[in-house]
Every structure is written in C-alpha cells, then in structure tokens.
Design a protein around this ligand. Structure first.
Ligand SMILES: Cc1cc2nc3c(=O)[nH]c(=O)nc-3n(C[C@H](O)[C@H](O)[C@H](O)COP(=O)(O)OP(=O)(O)OC[C@H]3O[C@@H](n4cnc5c(N)ncnc54)[C@H](O)[C@@H]3O)c2cc1C
Length: 345
C-alpha cells in the first residue's frame, strides 16, 4: 500500500553529515536515493502524504538554518555511459549522484577535455547545472548537451536542453522557479576529443607549462585550489559565500576613483567586482568570533569552526554585508542556497 512508508525512508535524521557547513538540523523524513525506481517510490509516498520534497547532493552549496520539513532525498544515482561519438566530441551521460570531481578525473583519464578547469569543485553532477558551476574561465553550461529530470508536477521523466535552463553566472531556472519542480537524474556532457585549453584566468598561464594538455591543466587547477581554498573535510565551509556583484559602468568608475586598487572585470557592458577583495578591504579576512569566521587566505569564504547551529554565521553574514554596503555602496548577494525553517534568535 502506498500509505506504508518505504523502508529506505527514515524519520528525524540529522543533516550534519550531509552539509559541508556541518550545521546540525534535522530532516523530517530522509532517504538516500540510488535508482530511478527508488526515486519514484519515494516521491509517490511523499505525494500521498502531501510532504514537500528537497533533493540534495553533497550539501556543499547549502546554508541550513533550521530543520527541514517533508522528505529530504540525497541523490546517489550513479553511472557513466558514452552515448555517442563524432570526429570532435564524445557525448557522455553522468548519473546525477556521481561525485563531480571524480567525473572530471574520469574525463581527464579518457583524454576528453572541456571540464578540467572545474576540477575539485565539491558536490555532485546533478547539482552542477543548478548554479551553473564555474571556475577559471569555464562554466559547466558550455559542456552540457542535455539534462534528464524527474518532473514532480506530473511524475514523468523529461529531457531539457541547455537553452531552456536560463544559465547565468551561478544561476539557472533550477535555482529559481524550477526549485520545487525538477529533480535532475542525469546530465549529458559533450566532451572534446581535441581539447582547446582555457588558461586566461586565475594565473593558470603562469603555472601550466608550454605544450601542456588537459592533464597538466587539471593538475594546475587542483594545486592552485588546494593552496587557496579550505578543504571542507578540515574546515567546514561552502566555498564562495557571496557572488561577485555586477555593477554598471558609472558605479564602477565612482568606486574606482575612491579605491584605485579595486579588483574588477568588464562583463557585458557592466563590471563584475571581486567580492573577496571588497570583504578583504572591509577588514574581514581572517576574522574569527563565536565559532565562525572568514577564511584567512580568501575573504570570500565564510567558515564554521565549531558551531552546531547557523545563528553566528547568519549574524556574520549580516555584518559583512552591512560594512561592504557602507564602505562601497554595493550590496552583496549570498551564493549558497538557504534551507530550513528560520529559528528565533
Ligand atoms: C571548498 C568549496 C569550493 C567551491 N568552489 C566552487 C567553485 O569554484 N565554483 C562553483 O560554482 N561552486 C563552488 N562551490 C560550491 C559547490 O561545490 C557547487 O555549487 C556544487 O555544484 C554543489 O553541489 P552539491 O551536490 O553539494 O549540491 P547541494 O549543496 O547538495 O545542493 C545545492 C542546490 O542544488 C539542488 N540540487 C542538488 N542536487 C539536485 C538534483 N539532483 N536535482 C535538483 N536539484 C538539486 C539543491 O536542492 C540545492 O538547492 C564550492 C564549494 C566548496 C565547499
């Protein structure tokens, strides 16, 4: 009977091991999902009980601020299959529960290019399109051929094209109006057989030797990232906490006149300001108080040293935003997805 809770669905489970900030809040119901069949069973039961459904991967782009009601699914749907091959590309379908970095390693080992700059980004393949992950001048949208989803509105599987997803800088429709509609079950990437390297960003040119291939780029990206970013297994964090704010030319020139060292990049007629630089100038780099802080090597990364709850981090976020607004007149926007019922403070 559909009323019977499938045995793989548990009740009142701590999400602490499932978010890289390691905040300790509970899921009302919880399941690890390893197949589409399990997904269908879990969704059917949740629908019958009128429960909301939240799908997570590695929890590395999450800010949990309270218990999560309804059913939390952790996507563990694995599998890598070569679907088609042309003279220049190979189409590869990755299960949404594959670990993103391991998928990059797989592609590099096969000699297939296009995602090597995205090495060491934590999390799963299924979450990669949600915020259109990007690093070192590459965004995942450029490698996506199609995305297989489970549509919660009619319980069917569908295939979406990248053009439908409104990909932008750390954005897509999955992060907005599709948030409660689609569960991504696999992502098909078109990977290059004769890779063209992207070395223009993050000083890669200076560390990648002449005549290098994707393996050398992959290794350089891993090395640079390890030297700059905290490993969530050692210090709890969710990577960049703020998006780089994009401002119009007048605002950029006004700030630049006052702060000549401003770090910014021209983009589509506007200017993308380095949020890490803004935080650094506002004096936050290395700040630590009440069990949370700002990473000492990168002021864009907020870290949790020893808090079980998110209150101190939310307070730190408010203070950083307030000071950046006061000094530069720029409003910072949070990058991780906020989840869970707000707690009284
Ligand atoms: C140290 C560190 C460095 C980072 N560096 C980068 C970086 O360079 N570039 C970058 O872009 N990001 C970076 N991130 C952020 C993060 O790694 C990515 O956003 C990653 O894609 C999140 O994957 P996840 O599986 O952990 O997603 P989760 O945190 O579990 O989920 C994130 C969002 O996606 C949704 N979601 C997850 N899986 C699915 C699914 N199958 N179907 C539908 N929705 C889903 C969730 O509901 C949630 O809204 C970094 C994070 C850390 C901790």
């Amino acid at each position: 009977m559909i009323d019977d809770r499938p045995e793989f669905i548990q009740q009142h489970i701590s999400l602490q091991p499932y978010n890289t900030f390691r905040f300790d809040y509970q899921a009302e119901y919880f399941a690890l999902i390893e197949s589409v069949e399990q997904l269908v069973d879990a969704v059917a039961w949740a629908r019958y009980k009128a429960l909301s459904i939240t799908t997570l991967g590695g929890g590395s782009n999450l800010l949990l601020q309270g218990d999560v009601s309804g059913l939390v699914l952790i996507n563990r749907m694995k599998g890598i299959s070569r679907l088609a091959e042309s003279a220049s590309h190979v189409e590869v379908e990755f299960g949404a529960g594959e670990v993103w970095h391991e998928s990059v390693v797989w592609a590099v080992e096969q000699g297939l290019g296009g995602i090597e700059n995205l090495a060491l980004i934590p999390g799963t393949v299924g979450a990669a399109p949600v915020q259109n992950i990007g690093a070192y001048g590459v965004e995942v949208k450029d490698a996506i051929s199609s995305i297989k989803v489970f549509d919660l509105s009619d319980l069917t599987e569908q295939i979406l094209s990248p053009g439908e997803c409104a990909f932008g800088y750390r954005e897509s429709r999955f992060k907005q109006e599709w948030r409660d509609r689609y569960i991504i079950t696999s992502v098909t990437l078109h990977l290059q057989k004769q890779p063209s390297l992207m070395l223009e960003y993050g000083g890669l040119k200076n560390v990648v030797p002449d005549g290098a291939g994707i393996r050398e780029v992959f290794e350089a990206v891993c090395e640079v990232r390890r030297s700059k970013l905290p490993d969530p297994l050692e210090i709890a964090n969710s990577g960049s906490f703020f998006k780089n704010p994009v401002v119009d030319a007048d605002t950029y020139h006004a700030i630049k006149a006052q702060f000549p060292n401003l770090v910014a990049f021209e983009q589509d007629g506007g200017w993308k300001l380095a949020a890490g630089w803004l935080n650094d100038q506002a004096g936050w780099k290395g700040y630590r108080d009440h069990g949370v802080g700002v990473y000492e090597k990168q002021a864009l990364v907020l870290v949790n040293y020893d808090c079980d709850k998110a209150n101190a981090l939310l307070d730190l976020e408010r203070r950083i935003k307030g000071s950046v607004l006061e000094i530069f007149g720029v409003e910072l926007e949070r990058e991780p997805v906020l989840l869970g019922a707000a707690q009284c403070q």
